[in-house]
Design a protein around this ligand. Structure first.
Ligand code: SF4
Ligand code: ZN
Length: 707
């Protein structure tokens, strides 16, 4: 048998199974029964991306089978094998979609099955920053539980997102490893067909970020090959079905590494008998480089642990700014005042604290450098959350003087002490901010009197000063804006223009962040944009901004406004925190956010709305944006500003209420503006919303029509 025979046989087997499954489902439910995965705007995303057709009913699956059959040519050429691989993947998607009929939830913990569009949008920024350097797809059972756990851990320690299919899921559980999206180890399912759920992620990345047209299979494969750093590890024994799935992976550009002595295809199907070398072989095959931060601490340090949660019962001690005096602070000093890498502890260490106790902590990171500016202090400080969270067994939330830290019993038992927090802060700050920080020292206070002093006499006055500075930072008060093109790794023509009053749509890049990024890496993603030649004040259009956007989008984008959703709006990449869209009945806009899974009065959910914008194209009437932008005086200023907001999910409304209400009061003299804004508890359809807005006398009702 040749490799071709194996692929073709595997493909035929899966096709036969799919045909039977579809026929059985039609016999049971009828051809008109609705099908589709939950929380996605793309129905069956792989089929949609490859063919351009959305499968909506069981009957459509019959037509789809005929289309799939047409891919299954049987010449013994490489392309025939690849297309049979793709056909196998599409069959797997049909089989998996059938499991979700009638709103069923076919997957049980720890397995995830289908992943929502929101998950993919969240992956955008970490993938472009290299925070997630790759995606591993592990299939089958490792030779032993130990080898399974070691392989998964090795990827996890590198920040790689790991997805698991088949026997390895039980092995990892047996080894006592925690799994879940929050620690970047995602068990998909035990059937081999569940591998489609990670393929679906790659394919939707192309649709969401890449502006790949559904049906353009060639563009799709080019996108996944170039921009999705995924690879497959398939354990022996391989059966023809797995080999056929592997051919599909290879067609998308994902190399397959296996320990079975089988056929070899250079750079694509690689035999590595030694499972302990899977990691190295895979990274080499996919050309993935890992940023190494060497920090001398007794536990692991990797971005994969960022989402790890430590429950009360697993906790050795905690520090809690909401109950006792805590703070975290960066201070700029003269070089002569700092001894580089000095770490000082003032007060009791973790082993002198009672098990389960709540303690105070204040850590001050003092930095010096020729290029250091006080504007960078909050930028560095805000990273503490990520740094401390990356420690295995340590959990951090909040910021400023309201942070909360938990250290797990396991980390404590491994020898983790306060000085290690100092080591992490020192190494991370030096590593990430090397262009501005020449010297750095860390002092950690746990003595209650000292903490009280640091918090009230030093930190709070500093925060107050910074807040005043931030308030004074308006678009008018600065001389330059910044571009951000980080997301071009996924959205090749997208450019964010970041201004003091309009942060990047991902919510992660403020004007100060962009300024710092530019300083750190002058040839990097954030470039200075001058704003000297105003074209139209109303919509916020500048000749210089247009020129910059044209240059940074390689000509894809000619003109962009900063303050309009209707005229030349800014583009979206796909990783936006929120999306707003116009609501014609009330003359306003509805905003929804990634976390909100429910319906909006626009008749669309977040993923559905989001699918209408993105990929770096301008879509008047829809706009992706950061949460912080909602209370900005520049939010849709051209169309009348925040007075247009008629609906938001309740949780989002609560998050932005203080700032939004303050803006409404200042600009329009409205008290408690958020009380006039609808949410899902008030209305999910336009009629009920309109009745509510009328009762509240919402200002949008009497504004000029937007269209
Ligand atoms: Fe991407 Fe824009 Fe955020 Fe930069 S500011 S990371 S381009 S979304
Ligand atoms: Zn983005």
């Amino acid at each position: 048998m040749t490799l071709f025979d194996v692929v073709f046989n595997g493909n035929d087997t899966v096709y036969g199974l799919t045909e039977n499954a579809v026929d059985a489902a039609i016999a049971q439910h009828g051809a008109d029964k609705a099908v589709g995965f939950p929380h996605t705007a793309y129905s069956l995303p792989c089929y949609y991306a490859v063919t351009g057709t959305k499968i909506e009913k069981l009957g459509d699956m019959k037509d789809a089978l005929a289309v799939i059959k047409s891919l299954m040519t049987r010449e013994k050429r490489l392309n025939d094998a690849f297309m049979s691989g793709v056909a196998t993947a599409l069959c797997a998607e049909l089989i998996e979609a059938l499991k979700y009929i009638d709103g069923a939830t076919p997957y049980e913990e720890p397995c995830y099955g289908h992943l929502a569009d929101a998950v993919i949008r969240e992956l955008g920024v970490p993938l472009v920053t290299g925070d997630i350097p790759g995606v591993a797809v592990i299939l089958g059972s490792a030779p032993s539980t130990e080898e399974a756990a070691a392989l998964v851990k090795s990827y996890q320690a590198q920040g790689i997102l790991v997805t698991l299919v088949g026997g390895i899921i039980d092995q990892v559980a047996e080894a006592g490893m925690k799994t879940g999206a929050n620690v970047r180890v995602i068990p998909l399912g035990k059937d081999v067909t569940s591998v489609i759920h990670v393929v679906s992620v790659a394919v939707r990345a192309a649709l969401i970020f890449g502006n790949v047209a559904p049906g353009d299979a060639a563009a799709l494969m080019e996108y996944t090959f170039k921009r999705v750093p995924a690879f497959v590890n398939a354990f022996a024994p391989l059966d023809p079905v797995i080999v056929a799935c592997g051919a599909g992976a290879i067609a998308l550009g994902f190399p397959v590494i296996t320990n079975e002595e089988t056929f070899r295809v250079p750079k694509s199907l690689i035999v590595q008998k030694d499972v302990s070398k899977f990691n190295a072989t895979s990274l080499e095959a996919r050309d993935i480089k890992i940023k190494i931060t060497n920090i001398d601490i007794p536990v692991a340090f990797a971005s994969a642990f960022e989402g790890e949660i430590i429950r009360r019962g697993d906790m050795q001690v905690e520090f809690d700014g909401s109950r006792v005096d805590c703070c975290e602070l960066v201070q700029t000093k003269e070089a002569s005042e700092i001894e580089d890498h000095k770490i000082t502890i003032v007060g009791p260490d973790v082993d002198e604290m009672e098990l389960g106790s709540k303690n105070c902590i204040a850590y001050v990171v003092e930095v010096a450098g020729k290029n250091m500016q006080s504007d960078f202090e909050p930028v560095i400080e805000r990273k503490f959350h990520n740094y401390i969270n990356c420690i295995e067994g340590v959990y951090h939330t909040g910021q400023r003087d309201m942070q909360r830290i938990r250290i797990s019993k396991d980390a404590f038992a491994a020898g983790f002490r306060l000085k290690h927090i100092g080591e992490v802060l020192y190494a991370s700050v030096k590593n990430e901010f090397e262009a501005v920080v020449d010297k750095c020292q860390v002092t950690i206070y746990t003595d209650p009197e000292q903490c009280k002093h640091m918090r009230h006499e030093v930190a709070i006055p500093t925060f107050d000063k910074r807040d005043a500075r931030l308030l004074s930072l308006t678009d008018e008060s600065v001389d330059v804006y910044y571009s951000c093109i980080l997301c071009q790794a996924f959205s090749p023509s997208h450019v964010c223009v970041v201004t003091p009053e309009r942060l990047g749509l991902c919510g992660a890049v403020s004007w100060l962040d962009a300024k710092a990024t530019n300083q750190l890496d002058p040839n990097g993603p954030c470039q200075v944009i001058t704003k000297e030649r105003l074209v139209d004040d109303r919509i916020g259009e500048y000749e210089d901004v247009n020129e910059a956007v044209k240059k940074f989008s390689q000509g894809a984008l000619e003109e962009v406004s900063l303050y309009s959703i209707m005229e030349k709006p800014m583009t979206s990449c796909g990783c936006f925190e929120c999306i707003c869209g116009i609501e014609p009945f009330s003359n306003g806009v509805c905003i929804t956010n990634r976390e909100y899974a429910g319906m909006t009065p626009l008749g669309m959910t977040f993923p559905e709305l989001a699918s209408m914008t993105g990929g770096g194209v301008q879509t008047p009437g829809f706009m992706g944006h950061g949460k912080h932008f909602i209370a900005s005086k520049k939010f849709m200023k051209a169309e009348g500003g925040i007075e247009r907001i008629v609906w938001m999910p309740k949780a989002l409304k609560e998050q932005v209420a203080d700032r939004l209400n303050a803006t409404a009061k200042e600009l329009y003299g409205i008290d408690n503006f958020t009380d006039m804004i609808g949410d899902e508890t008030i209305a999910e359809d336009p009629e009920t919303l309109l009745a509510f807005l009328t009762e509240k006398n919402h200002p949008a009702l009497s504004m000029e029509p937007m269209m």
